[in-house]
Write a protein that binds this ligand. Structure first.
Ligand code: NAD
Ligand code: TYD
Length: 349
């Protein structure tokens, strides 16, 4: 793996992955980060990387749906490996406006697969990053395994399911060397503040209401983003080609408990004169098609590759809160839209 194309590298997980790959892993090649810079893509997430790794990092602003632009990327940088993160990723947005999800998540993935197929003679790997949401909802017990049937509920998860099927089909039909990972909800630094955890941290700090959907008893299995990045790199290096691996944090929590823990941790780290932040919790209308519970059995990646999450939710949430406290400027630039103005002035939108 000499020239690794990372798609969506300016997003939450992609930027953490690039930082991990260049700063912490044994990877010695070059990263080519292709990102369209949608509202969720923020070059500031990689501040310093371009200077620190001048010889080993390239950024190209492009849309993965653009066959001509992407073909040029493959040729110019002699791409031999792809780690595909780029996607529209927010369930609520997919319910309100599904179009972009179909375009990027399905057509964009198809586009990359076609280019990978055309470059088969020197392709080492196409790794596809997906979600446990493709499996739909669990009841109060049981776990998702790699053989659980797909049963997506939202336009987001349906589009990811379609992309997973395409990736698998390219492996079976054309022999494309692929690996696939389906992970649970990530959290950590650079998480865009529309998702549950950063939204609650920032609202709680500002004394704003904390909107909990329905009765707050929906369960997610929280995975610290660095643990996920370690898993992706391990699967890319040693995962069996043509296989999928589930990745979870072994941290099942009801949403209400997550929000309460955030309130209590903030109360301890940044006390207020008015006392507990828990009274900010506000129950709001439920999300349509809201999956009740996600929980991952990550026995396969544990047994085959020796991966284990290092972070518990208690330690991970503390690190995450500290990161948001120490990066108030990053937050302000997102909240005021200044990051979009910066992108516009630098990339001629
Ligand atoms: P994100 O929304 O933070 O980032 C997505 C990135 O993709 C952004 O930088 C955006 O600009 C870029 N992008 C979007 N459309 C593009 C296009 N057409 N061409 C090029 N770039 C484009 O998402 P994330 O949370 O970092 O998720 C990354 C991947 O991981 C996604 O594939 C997502 O489905 C998957 N995943 C995420 C989670 C999670 O908890 N965040 C869980 C499981 C799986
Ligand atoms: P989210 O972070 O959007 O991730 P996903 O939908 O991919 O799991 O939501 C996590 C959980 O939190 C989900 O059950 C919906 C719930 N939620 C709220 O209760 N309030 C909110 O404001 C948000 C954004 C999510």
């Amino acid at each position: 793996m000499k020239n690794v194309l990372v798609t969506g590298g300016c997003g939450f997980i992609g930027s953490n992955f690039i930082r991990y790959l260049l700063s912490e892993s044994d990877f010695s090649g070059r990263v080519i980060n292709v990102d369209r810079l949608t509202y969720a893509g923020n070059p500031e997430n990689l501040a310093g990387i371009d200077t620190e790794f001048k010889e080993r990092y390239v950024f190209v602003k492009a849309d993965i749906c653009d066959r001509v632009a992407m073909s040029e990327v493959f040729d110019t940088f002699q791409i031999d490996t792809i780690c595909h993160f780029a996607a529209e990723s927010h369930v609520d947005r997919s319910i309100a406006e599904p179009d972009a999800f179909i375009k990027t998540n399905i057509n964009g993935t198809f586009n990359l697969l076609e280019l990978a197929r055309q470059n088969m003679n020197h392709l080492v790997l196409f790794h596809h990053v997906s979600t446990d949401e493709v499996f739909g909802s669990l009841g109060s017990d049981g776990y998702f395994t790699e053989t659980t049937a797909y049963d997506p509920s939202s336009p987001y998860s349906a589009s990811k399911a379609a992309s997973d099927h395409l990736v698998m089909a390219y492996s079976r039909t054309y022999g494309l060397p692929i690996t696939l990972s389906n992970c649970s909800n990530n959290y950590g630094p650079y998480h865009f503040p529309e998702k549950l955890i950063p939204l609650m941290i920032l609202n709680a700090l500002e004394g704003k209401p904390l909107p909990v959907y329905g009765n707050g008893q929906n369960v997610r299995d929280w995975l610290y983003v660095r643990d996920h990045c370690r898993a992706v790199w391990l699967v890319m290096q040693r995962g069996r080609r043509g296989e999928t691996y589930n990745v979870g944090g072994r941290c099942e929590m009801a949403n209400l408990s997550v929000v309460e823990l955030i309130c209590d941790t903030l109360d301890e780290m940044v006390p207020t004169a008015t006392g507990s932040r828990r009274p900010l919790i506000t129950y709001v209308k439920d999300r349509p098609g809201h999956d009740l519970r996600y929980a991952i059995d990550c026995g396969k990646i544990e047994k085959e590759l020796g991966w284990l999450p290092e972070e518990s939710f208690k330690t991970g949430i503390r690190k995450t809160i500290r990161w948001y406290l120490e990066h108030r400027d990053w937050v302000t630039r997102i909240k005021t839209g200044a990051y979009l103005e910066w992108i516009e002035s630098h990339y001629q939108m």
